[in-house]
Design a protein around this ligand. Structure first.
Ligand code: UTP
Length: 309
């Protein structure tokens, strides 16, 4: 089935407490933490734009000003840079201000991801829309951006599609895990129809190893369900629970998207992303590569010493 409704709008929830990154997140949303020199949310917005999204709503809390400022024009800074002949930098910061049409709305209390998405109801209206979480940064040099892969899958099936990737069994308790409908086969082996979804299951109760990783294309019917969604895991209104209820009235699919995904909401994931992104940069890769080798050698020497003692 081909459908005409284009996915033009996206929601980026950025109103979480970011407890795993305290104290950095005391006054700064975790989405503003930079991987090398670019805040995570900028990578996310670039992915949305490259996927054909035209309008973006960021759900914020009281720390929103730095995000608004980052994506706004900064005449004063541009003038100062211009006066000191830094034209390359002027171009760079000007491009950020022209990335997309970005709007902001405040989630008054951090009642959970489901509640944050409900704050986008009037912005979205009656259209299919995308959700991107800043926790998951996906790099895709070979194929389409992760969100574009989901949007294309949505265009094919005309139903909600959640982005998934396989995770190790000892990791399933950290994620929303999908339950594939085994009776239903699709032509694309990356696309599976769902019969259920469960938030953070124990390894032995997990219905699969497919974890939902921060990319969704949903139909607007989700909002009616979020309005009546009861508090779930962690005392929060969970998006996963509402998607589960959506399954009672509509088909929902999972798409196993291509790309290397970094869990930047987690400290180790964030450090890995920083190293890999630095190694991918012409201006940094030689110095960073040499430094990593030096660190690896001293770690090896320290382990040897420990063994000898
Ligand atoms: P997380 O649970 O990963 O974010 O929510 P968190 O609560 O900020 O992180 P920790 O666990 O305390 O470190 C996933 C996404 O949903 C947003 C977060 O900003 C993140 O992008 N979120 C979560 C909201 O916007 N509002 C909420 O009430 C909760």
């Amino acid at each position: 089935m081909m459908i005409n409704k284009r996915v033009k709008k996206a929601v980026i929830p950025a109103a979480g407490l970011g407890t795993r990154f305290l104290p950095a997140t005391k006054a700064l949303p975790k989405e503003m933490l930079p991987i090398v020199d670019i805040p995570t949310i900028q990578y996310i917005i670039e992915e949305a734009v490259q996927s054909g999204i035209e309008e973006i709503l960021v759900i914020t809390n009281s720390n929103k000003h730095c995000m608004e400022n980052h994506f706004d024009k900064s005449y004063e800074l541009e003038e100062r840079l211009m006066n000191s002949g830094k034209t390359k930098e002027v171009k760079m910061i000007d491009e950020i201000a022209n990335l997309a049409n970005i709007y902001y709305v405040r989630q008054k209390e951090p009642k959970g991801l489901g509640h944050a998405i409900l704050c986008a109801k009037s912005f979205i209206g009656n259209e299919p829309f995308a959700i991107l979480l800043g926790d998951d940064v996906v790099v895709n040099k070979e194929s389409k951006p992760a969100l574009k892969q989901l949007i294309d899958a949505y265009q094919g099936v005309g139903a909600s599609v959640v982005g998934v990737q396989t995770v190790a069994e000892n990791q399933v308790h950290k994620y929303g895990i999908v339950e594939p409908d085994k009776r239903h086969k699709t032509k694309d082996e990356r696309l599976v129809k769902l019969s259920g979804m469960v938030e953070k299951p124990k390894a032995k109760e997990a219905p699969s190893n497919y974890a939902v990783l921060g990319r969704y294309v949903l139909t607007p019917e989700i909002f009616q369900l979020l309005e009546t969604q009861e508090i779930g895991a962690g005392g929060e209104i969970q998006l996963t629970d509402a998607i589960c209820r959506l399954l009672d009235t509509q088909a929902v699919y999972a798409y196993d998207f291509e790309g290397t995904r970094y869990d930047v909401g987690d400290k180790f994931g964030f450090i890995k992303a920083t190293i890999d992104f630095a190694l991918g940069r012409e201006d940094l890769k030689d110095d960073v590569g040499a430094y990593i080798q030096q660190v690896a050698q001293s770690c090896k020497a320290a382990t040897k010493e420990e063994k000898e003692v």
